[in-house]
Structures are given as structure tokens and as C-alpha cells.
Design a protein around this ligand. Structure first.
Ligand code: HEC
Ligand code: HEC
Length: 411
């Protein structure tokens, strides 16, 4: 057993190294993160789902599976349910609903419509998260080894993953991109009409086509056809090749069809070029970019380390005081395990990067963020949703003081 574990640790270390390789954004990438660069200095274009470097998968051992179950129960069960049915304690509060893994319809894949995702696809989704949805990015919260372990646990919820008849190898290729010019964009526009995209996405791509109101997904909830005017709503990130992959693979479990059989690869690119013309430059400049675009590592060493705990379902300390501009690192360890799901930490209307889920006794979790906006903010338990029924008192105050010289501070 010891040997297995040490082999696994070695694989994990190799994994970590591979995961650090920076991939340079392909020139075809759009410049949606341009305003961001202006705000935050030298931030590279955000890597999208497909760019995510996937470290080698460790061997599936009993130890890995046991670890996967543990990681899942601490971090995922509150939303996805202990038995993977998507009915976790928090699920009723979330839009869209967490995925049911027992249904095994996966939207983010490199594989054809109706197929299961590859292991790497699942790793990517877990690491990168799904933009604009409650599904958080886990890459800075779980080690690569733990992310692989949890992927294996997710697979245990559907017997399809062990069925030898399932093809999980065939990957849909996107082909070479044609030039982006007025001619190819015009072809894309014609395809948009011919393929009936407007029925759901609307003539102007605002997600309000004639069928839009009647769309539901496999959770039985209404699903919004994507609004192409807002790049932030693209769940796998905003990049041409992500859009192309989406058409070709389809979003299983949703009304978004797969066009792999209906369109040439080249036409898919042309259609994507047209879709990208529907983006509206925000009228009001984005006041502040989300730090989830910043790599956790890029924030550097913290200026302030805060130890936070929970006692009798209250935060201790109830108030955290920092100065604007400080890099704050919060390590949170509760004294009880909630309803088995642990406790969390999130800052209301601040930044979604400052988010901890499922911290347990003996399993503290750490989060780091730049306090770049002055004011008073409420922090709350993200795991148990700080609802009236569960944790009405799990609320604290983050005070970010303007760094004016006259302002007294306790730190
Ligand atoms: C705060 C709630 C929440 C937590 C915690 C959470 N998820 Fe999710 N997850 C979601 C939601 C919501 C979706 C569906 C998003 C959408 O509609 O596309 C989702 C989707 C997914 C998908 C589906 C991807 C696909 O291709 O369709 C996977 C896989 C997944 N989550 C894995 C995990 C794992 C593993 C963890 C724990 C490490 C986790 N999630 C933690 C809310 C959560
Ligand atoms: C029957 C309705 C329907 C039709 C027809 C349809 N879509 Fe969609 N599309 C959807 C829905 C619903 C979603 C949202 C899926 C989700 O949020 O998980 C979506 C999502 C998308 C996305 C989002 C990708 C992302 O990463 O988030 C793109 C791009 C897209 N559709 C393009 C198209 C194009 C182009 C066509 C025509 C070739 C088309 N769709 C046809 C319903 C439709």
C-alpha cells in the first residue's frame, strides 16, 4: 500500500509540473480579455477549456478511488449530491442546477454527441469550472492528484463509464481555421439562417429566438439559449475554437444540437466568425474585472494572512479588516463539519475567486485575493448557503479600508 501511495505521489508531482506549462493563446483567440489587460497590467489572455494543460493521469488504485470519494464529499456533494444525482443540499438554490452524474449527459466534451467525455475532458471541466454558472474552477483549490481522483469518483455514478461498448476515444477534430475576412463572415451569416440558429438564439444573437422560451434541459429547468452579445456567458470560455467545438460536439442534455454531420469543419469556423461579430462592446466600461481571470499564483505572496474559524455556526473573527490593495490570504478551518459537507467562505458581491467550499475539521482551506475595492462586504458560508434554515448566523464582515495615510488600521 505504501508503495502504491508513493507511486501515486510521484505521479502527482509529475502532474503538477506538467500543469504549470503556460500555453500561449493561439493568434485566432479573440481579444475579449483586452479591457482586462488595461485594468490589471500584464494579464495573459485567459486560457479556455481546451487550452487547459492536462497532467498525466495517475493509475486508478483503490487508494486513488478512496481519495476521490473523500474529495468529492468535501467539495462537490453539497451541490451534486452524495450519490451524484445533482440533488445536493445547495442545488435548489442554484441556477443552472448542478449536473446529475447518474444521468451521464455531459455538455463539455471533445467527443461526438451522445458519447461520454474523455477523462481529460472531465479533468478540464473540474479544473477550469464553467463560466457564468455556480460550477467553480477547482484548479487552485485541488491538487492535480486530487482533481484526477475526483474525476474517477464522478465516473462511478454511471455504469456507462465501465461499459466496454462505450467509445470514449474518438475525438471530434475541428480542422484548420479558414481566413477570417468579410467573405467567410458573410458565409457564416448565411449559415446562421440556413441552420436555424436564430430559432433559439435570435436574429441578433440575444438568446431570444421564437423557440427560446420553451427550452428545457435534462434537469427539467428552463434553459437560456446563449446570448452571443455577452462573452462572459460562454461556459467554456470565449474563444473561436471553443465555439467551433461546441457546434461540432453539441451540448448533450440540452436543446443545443450537434452540427458535426450537418456542416463541414470549415463552415463551422465561418459560422463561429459570424457569431463573434454579434458581441456588443459594453456601453459602460467594465468597472472591475473578475480576479478569476488572474492566476492564483500571479497574485504573489500575501501581505496579510488571516486565520478564520467557525464556532457554533458563527465565524471567528466575525470581522476582517484589510487595506485596499493588499493581497489577503484567508485560511479557514471550521470546528464542526456542518451536515457532513463542511463549511465555506465567500464574499458577497466581491469576487468569486475568494471562494472556499467544504472546509472540514482537520482540512483547512485557503483562498487568496487582492482587496482591490474599498467598502464593507458580507462574507458567508458558501457550502451551506447561509440560509435561514441552515446557518442564519454564518455571516461576517470584510472591511476594506481605503489606504489613505490617515486611516487607522488594526493590522
Ligand atoms: C456550488 C455548486 C457546485 C459545486 C461545489 C461543484 N459543482 Fe460541478 N457543477 C455545478 C453546476 C451548477 C453545474 C452545471 C453547469 C451548467 O449548467 O453547465 C456543474 C457541472 C459539473 C460538471 C458537468 C460538466 C459537463 O460536461 O456537463 C462536472 C463534471 C462537475 N460539475 C464536477 C464537479 C466536481 C468534481 C466538483 C467538486 C470538485 C464540483 N463539480 C463542485 C455546481 C457545482
Ligand atoms: C433548439 C435550440 C437551439 C438551436 C437550434 C441552436 N442552439 Fe445553440 N444553444 C442552445 C442552448 C439552450 C444553449 C445553452 C447550453 C448551455 O447553457 O449549457 C446553446 C449554446 C450555444 C453556444 C454556447 C457555447 C458556450 O461555450 O457556452 C453557442 C456558441 C451556440 N449555442 C451556437 C449555436 C449556433 C451557431 C447554432 C446554429 C448552428 C445553434 N447554436 C443552434 C440552443 C440552441
Amino acid at each position: 500500500m505504501t508503495k502504491l501511495i508513493s507511486l501515486w505521489t510521484a505521479a502527482a508531482l509529475i502532474g503538477t509540473t506538467a500543469g504549470c506549462e503556460r500555453k500561449v493563446a493561439a493568434p485566432i483567440e479573440t481579444t475579449a480579455s483586452e479591457p482586462l489587460r488595461a485594468l490589471t497590467g500584464s494579464v495573459p489572455a485567459k486560457a479556455t477549456w481546451s487550452d487547459l494543460a492536462v497532467p498525466p493521469e495517475p493509475a486508478v488504485t483503490p487508494a486513488l478511488l478512496a481519495r476521490g470519494k473523500q474529495v468529492y464529499e468535501q467539495n462537490c456533494a453539497a451541490c451534486h449530491g452524495t450519490n451524484g444525482d445533482g440533488q445536493g443540499l445547495c442545488s435548489a438554490f442554484l441556477i443552472p442546477r448542478p449536473r446529475s452524474f447518474t444521468q451521464a449527459h455531459f455538455r463539455f466534451r471533445s467527443t461526438p454527441s451522445g458519447h461520454l467525455p474523455t477523462d481529460s475532458d472531465l479533468f478540464r471541466t473540474v479544473s477550469a469550472g464553467l463560466a457564468g454558472t455556480p460550477m467553480p474552477p477547482w484548479r487552485n483549490r485541488l491538487s492535480n492528484a486530487d482533481a484526477w481522483a475526483v474525476v474517477e469518483h464522478v465516473k462511478t455514478f454511471s455504469p456507462r463509464f465501465t461499459d466496454p461498448k462505450e467509445d470514449r476515444q474518438t475525438v471530434v477534430q475541428s480542422g484548420a481555421p479558414p481566413p477570417r475576412d468579410p467573405g467567410t463572415i458573410a458565409t457564416g451569416k448565411a449559415l446562421y439562417t440556413k441552420m436555424g440558429c436564430f430559432n433559439c438564439h435570435g436574429e441578433l444573437g440575444q438568446g431570444n429566438g421564437p423557440s427560446a422560451n420553451s427550452l428545457t434541459d435534462d434537469s427539467g429547468q428552463h434553459i437560456q439559449a446563449r446570448d452571443f452579445t455577452k462573452p462572459s456567458g460562454f461556459k467554456a470560455g470565449y474563444a473561436t475554437r471553443e465555439i467551433v467545438r461546441g457546434f461540432l460536439t453539441g451540448f448533450d442534455g440540452t436543446p443545443m444540437p450537434s452540427y458535426n454531420e450537418l456542416m463541414s469543419k470549415e463552415d463551422s469556423w465561418k459560422l463561429a466568425y459570424y457569431v463573434e461579430t454579434l458581441v456588443k462592446t459594453p456601453v459602460v466600461p467594465i468597472a472591475r474585472a473578475s480576479q478569476s481571470f488572474l492566476e492564483y499564483e500571479q497574485l504573489g505572496a500575501p501581505d496579510l494572512r488571516v486565520t478564520l474559524t467557525e464556532r457554533a455556526w458563527k465565524y471567528d473573527p466575525p470581522e476582517i479588516r484589510v487595506k485596499r490593495g493588499q493581497i489577503v490570504e484567508i485560511t479557514f478551518e471550521p470546528t464542526d463539519n456542518g451536515l457532513g459537507a463542511g463549511h465555506g467562505f465567500a464574499i458577497s458581491s466581491y469576487d468569486e475567486v475568494a471562494f472556499i467550499n467544504g472546509a472540514m475539521v482537520g482540512v483547512p482551506k485557503t483562498v487568496k485575493f487582492r482587496a482591490d475595492r474599498a467598502g464593507r462586504f458580507t462574507f458567508y458560508c458558501a457550502t451551506q448557503c447561509s440560509t435561514d434554515k441552515l446557518h442564519p448566523l454564518m455571516n461576517g464582515t470584510l472591511i476594506v479600508e481605503d489606504a489613505a495615510p490617515a486611516t487607522a488600521s488594526t493590522h
